[in-house]
Design a protein around this ligand. Sequence first.
Ligand SMILES: *Cc1c(COP(=O)(O)O)cnc(C)c1O
Length: 232
Amino acid sequence: MSEICERLEAVRARIRAAESRFGRPEGSVQLLAVSKTKPDEAIRAAHACGQRAFGENYAQELADKAQRLADLDLEWHYIGPLQSNKTRLVAEHAHWMHSIDREKIARRLAAQRPAGMSPLQVCLQVNVSAEPQKAGVLPEALPALAEAVAGIDGLVLRGLMTIPARSEDFDRQRAAFARLRHCLEDLQTRGFTGLDTLSMGMTGDLEAAIAEGATLVRVGTAIFGPREAPRP
Ligand SMILES: *Cc1c(COP(=O)(O)O)cnc(C)c1O
């Protein structure tokens, strides 16, 4: 078994243990393998170990990898910040987009989605910790953004995503994820009944996210090892 396969199995075991510990049905939490900055061979190794869904943070890198790995049956998720001059790359190559926080980006993605492709599945990114420098819509502005995005043809609004302020404390981690769950429940009571996705939890806090209802955890380091320092 490759080292990546062993790490992947260990992450799957963590997810199963958290499902069982927090009363979540087995198999109710999907694993997104975050492959940003990692080479094609790492993705091929994870694919050989049964992984299909991969997450990328840089639009050009997503497009390049999707084209080079077109021989594999992969599902691509865009999870990074997106400038409006890069939306076409995501519209043409991603199956999912997790980090919408402005209507303008959503409109461009829909307009640039190629005719033959299935609708783009989207999540709205919420700034649950209300950190001023952080991406994401503030909870109070969320209903209006959801209303706007839900009305755009070519996109399917599936749920919410967050990257909370980093904390080592389990109860603090849980509190932040609970805020995202409350945001989703609030939208559901407002009539957004098709929302089924809570994209939250990473290598350091996936158990807390699963405790609070995550349906998809985004895990990089625990599968692929540490990354180089972020790009400038
Ligand atoms: C990099 C990244 C991850 C993965 O983080 P790890 O701590 O390496 O598991 C998850 N979500 C987003 C949005 C990321 O940018």
